[in-house]
Design a protein around this ligand. Structure first.
Ligand SMILES: O=C(O)CCC(=O)C(=O)O
Length: 256
């Protein structure tokens, strides 16, 4: 379990790595069903389209992406998945043995109209001091390029934080059109790990099937945020290892 030395080297050089077949097709199908069930329940009570404002403004056709934050509070299967050692050991290969949750996000791109993500870095949404922040994207269905698969600009994590031009904190679409990024098609059960500094996004789903993914955002617990932003309910949960700072915090609380 965890990344092989070659995969770790690839991640360090490129800012991402694809790990094939982490979950079996059967497991992926079960999680897929779980997320589609969740989306159905949520849609009955609220708007769950999370299409970015720059996509809405620029797009000729109305596109949709179904979204839910912190899915582990909605589904026990998702709570089990985010602590699954097959996933957390991959993150631990990058961050170290202590892996802390920042947030999770379900994304379902419906067939033929699944919204794209403009190219962006995740850094400006939740900057951290040591840049340990990274994410795992899990494909729950086969994801060829036409489904709007995940895309990255290999090596762009080495550019550091870039200037933002759009209100939604994405990069200038003139300078960074989606075509500049390499598509990462995959199969159900594949996982992509990526740094929060890498330039990434994804295209429109023009296929006749939904694209279903979970994104797990993780950090080293000793890497503090530099601004108070993007806080959420599940933040701080340990997915692997321990939080070495907890004892100090507790002592301070008791003394106060
Ligand atoms: O799921 C995708 O296609 C992209 C997600 C993404 O870029 C993000 O949430 O930051």
């Amino acid at each position: 379990m965890g990344l092989s030395p070659e995969q770790k080297r690839f991640y360090d050089d490129n800012g991402y790595v694809v790990i094939r077949g982490v979950l079996s097709r059967e497991e992926a199908e079960e999680y897929r069903r779980e997320l589609h069930g969740l989306a159905e329940r949520l849609q009955k009570i609220q708007e769950i389209d999370a299409t970015w404002s720059s996509v809405r403004q620029g797009g000729a056709k109305k596109t949709v992406i179904l979204h839910c934050h912190d899915v582990q509070f909605q589904s026990a299967a998702m709570a089990r998945l985010i602590v699954d050692p097959r996933i957390t050991s991959l993150a631990a290969s990058v961050i170290g043995p202590n892996v802390q949750l920042h947030h999770t996000k379900m994304f379902i791109k419906p067939p033929e109209k699944g919204s794209p993500f403009p190219l962006h870095q995740d850094y400006p949404y939740f900057p951290h001091q040591k840049n340990s922040m990274m994410a795992a994207v899990i494909y729950f269905d086969d994801c060829p390029e036409e489904k709007g698969c995940f895309r990255v600009v290999p090596g762009s994590h080495k550019l550091g934080p870039l200037p933002i031009q759009q209100d939604d904190l994405s990069l200038s679409p003139e300078e960074w059109p989606i075509e500049r990024a390499t598509p990462l098609p995959g199969k159900a059960g594949d996982v992509i790990l990526f740094s929060y500094l890498i330039i990434h996004g994804s295209g429109l789903n023009v296929s006749n099937e939904a694209r279903t993914t979970l994104l797990i955002q993780m950090r080293d617990p000793t890497d503090p945020p530099t601004v108070k932003a993007h806080e959420s309910r599940g933040q701080g949960m340990m997915l692997a290892g321990i939080d070495p700072s907890c004892c100090t915090t507790r002592v301070v609380e008791i003394e106060a």
